[in-house]
Design a binder for this molecule. Sequence first.
Ligand SMILES: CC(C)(COP(=O)(O)OP(=O)(O)OC[C@H]1O[C@@H](n2cnc3c(N)ncnc32)[C@H](O)[C@@H]1OP(=O)(O)O)[C@@H](O)C(=O)NCCC(=O)NCCS
Length: 168
Amino acid sequence: MTSAQGAKQSAGSSSDVGGDLRAFRWTDIPAAVRIEVEAFPYDPWSVETFWSELAQVPSGALYLAAVTEGRIDGYAGMTFVDADAHLQTLAVIPSLRGRGIGRHLLTALLAEATGRGMRRCLLEVKPDNDSAIALYQRTGFTELGTRPGYFPGGEPALVLELPLGERV
Ligand SMILES: CC(C)(COP(=O)(O)OP(=O)(O)OC[C@H]1O[C@@H](n2cnc3c(N)ncnc32)[C@H](O)[C@@H]1OP(=O)(O)O)[C@@H](O)C(=O)NCCC(=O)NCCS
């Protein structure tokens, strides 16, 4: 069993965060695109972007979906380049936020990254995205720097880093 399978299995047996985690499927794209529009109104991923990202699975990426009775509650994805894992997206539908689904998805991806021998995880986040930053900080991420003009409109990104290894 890989670390991700272990994480997904234990995640699936936990009822306090709602649904199970499973691999994101091509058929999840329409639901994810609808979630994107609300979660990232400044730059939502298109159907084509999801297809492009999923084309990197399995060797270069992992995308997971949190699902309850067939409904996509949230999803997250990470790419793997050399020894760096890079969180590409993480979103939960608004009515289900604050129930641990985001943490559940993030933890499972970090476990997989560790299992693949990644040495660190990197991500970019908007400086005013308080809920996401709180989640990342509670997970152990710290600020590595800023990336000027990263977001549409010229807003900079905070770059956060989490060393991996034995901790996950
Ligand atoms: C960021 C996001 C994925 C978090 O998902 P979630 O399921 O609501 O998060 P969780 O319930 O797992 O919360 C985990 C931690 O996040 C933090 N957090 C979550 N919502 C928060 C809020 N509204 N205010 C402050 N902290 C919050 C808390 O530290 C929380 O841990 P705690 O409950 O032990 O205090 C969700 O808010 C979302 O989809 N936002 C829009 C998309 C987005 O911004 N994604 C991140 C891009 S970098």
